[in-house]
Design a protein around this ligand. Structure first.
Ligand code: NAD
Length: 458
């Protein structure tokens, strides 16, 4: 078993550290955020991920994991240091590598024995070559340090499961020593390992994430056309899904992708291509479609209503997806400021994300409108003039069509997750708009029939 240090205890670092400990390694998790470290030392996870806290407590009790801000002690005699710090987006779309550089320097100045540095953070192709050079430039002791790429593929909301039962482990190395050490660290997981060179490993991560983002944007593009020509995107997706070459996942149309990865990783790859004199047309299209998709329903509602001023607006779901407390690039963050600027009184429900959202938009305050956080969907809907659905939490899915009709002042619903059956909503007396599905009411039908009867040119 190895002595492992993990730099950064976010979704990637903490989950990796806990899972390495679960496999029997001795792990020290390092973070610069003292408050987070105190939380973790008391057995509390600073992030919401299913079963994470149980594993933290179990492995802490077994003496296999510890948490600290003392990076010097953690790095000096580690066999491997895994880096899981953030690589957020710079204003020009490039990846901000300043956190990586800080950790690299901290490692270089403190490592006292041969050590493998493993970069789990998502970094542009070629970054790990630079990190290795950078560490060697700043190395204080006469030791061997190499850098390996080991991109992470977990999805927030199922991070622990995705790590323990990963579909594959990608390792990118430049020497047999690094490859063998990393393979050995992962041996107890008993998972398929794909060993490639460092640059290919870095590219695998971007190519995978951006392919998924592209798939979502493609379905959203098709959905918008479906609406115009009277097709139902959910039926279309179902029909497509039987083809193995297409697959059945990531075919759901909706309000666009969010989260901490797809938006920044599409922009970073596009930036990398531009820097290399290449135009990555497909990814540029994915970015453009997603940008428009996020406010599509807001624009539709704006056309339907004269104003949002002093309207009670129910918002169901704040996080970028269910199962996480993460708000990064969530549709709610794009739409709620627009509603508030229009003077809306927003009543928001989210089973997990309220606290994080309230840090950005404290209750009651805003430029013009107000925001109130409520404990359940019903409280948000009570007396509302309009409802937006942004996240498909179980509690949000569970709201029945009749409840919208009964509770709302005017049962007008804009559903960014296509949670409801169009006809059922219509039958319940709800005016319902979703993505890629024509409204069931007569007007909608007439609209698309007009298009459908146009004679073909062929
Ligand atoms: P995060 O923002 O949740 O966590 C980063 C952590 O690093 C923070 O706790 C921060 O305090 C800490 N940190 C910053 N500087 C530090 C330093 N010098 N030493 C120690 N700790 C330091 O980030 P995340 O979501 O876990 O993402 C990390 C990386 O992994 C990113 O590159 C991201 O693109 C990639 N990734 C994320 C996911 C995901 O679902 N979140 C999935 C795959 C890959």
């Amino acid at each position: 078993m190895y002595k492992i240090a993990v730099a950064g205890t976010g979704y990637v670092g903490l989950v990796a550290g806990v899972c390495f400990a679960e496999m029997g390694h001795h792990v020290t998790c390092v973070d610069i955020d003292m408050e987070k470290v105190k939380f973790m030392q008391s057995g509390v996870s600073p992030i919401y991920e299913e079963s994470l806290e149980d594993l933290m407590r179990k492995n802490y009790a077994a003496g296999r994991i510890d948490y600290t801000t003392d990076f010097k002690a953690a790095y000096k005699d580690a066999d491997a240091v895994f880096i899981g710090v953030g690589t957020p987006e710079n204003e020009d779309g490039s990846a901000n590598l300043s956190y990586i550089a800080t950790v690299a320097r901290q490692i270089a100045e403190n490592v006292e024995k041969d050590c493998l540095i493993v970069v789990k953070s998502t970094v542009p192709v070629g970054t790990n070559d630079k990190v290795e050079q950078f560490i060697n430039d700043f190395l204080v002791n006469d030791v061997r340090v190499e850098v390996a790429s080991n991109p992470e593929f977990l999805a927030q909301g199922s991070a622990v499961h995705d790590t323990l039962f990963a579909k594959r482990i990608i390792i990118g190395t430049e020497s047999a020593w690094a490859e063998n050490l990393l393979k050995d660290i992962y041996k107890p997981f008993n998972l398929p390992i794909v060993a490639v060179n460092r640059r290919s490993a870095e590219m695998i991560k971007y190519a995978s994430n951006d392919f998924l983002a592209l798939k979502i944007s493609y379905m959203n593009d098709i959905a918008n056309l479906c609406e115009l020509v009277g097709a139902d995107v959910q039926d279309v997706a179902k029909g497509m899904s039987f083809d193995d070459r297409i697959g059945s996942k990531f075919l759901n149309a909706g309000i666009g992708y969010g989260g901490s990865c797809f938006p920044k990783d599409t922009k970073a790859l596009n930036y990398l291509a531009t820097q290399n004199g290449y135009e990555l047309k497909t990814i540029k299209a994915a970015i453009d479609v997603n940008k428009d998709q996020k406010t599509l329903l807001y624009k539709k509602a704006s056309n339907r209503l004269i104003t949002f001023n002093r309207l009670k607006v129910a918002v169901l779901g704040l996080t970028f997806k269910p199962g996480t407390d993460d708000l990064r690039e969530a549709p709610s963050l794009e739409n709620i400021p627009l509603l508030l600027a229009q003077g809306a009184d927003v009543f928001a429900f989210d089973p997990v994300g309220k606290e994080n959202f309230a840090k950005l938009y404290p209750e009651g305050t805003s430029d013009k409108g107000t925001i109130t956080y409520v404990e359940n969907a019903e409280a948000a809907l009570e007396g509302a003039n309009v409802c937006f659905i942004f996240t498909e939490w179980g509690e949000v899915k569970a709201v029945q069509p009749e409840a919208f009709k009964k509770l709302m002042r005017t049962p007008l619903v804009y559903d960014g997750r296509n949670l409801h059956n169009v006809e059922r909503m219509e039958e319940a007396g709800v005016e319902y708009y979703s993505v890629g599905r024509a409204p069931a009411n007569k007007k909608g039908l007439k609209e698309w029939k007009k298009v459908a009867v146009q004679p073909s040119r062929f």
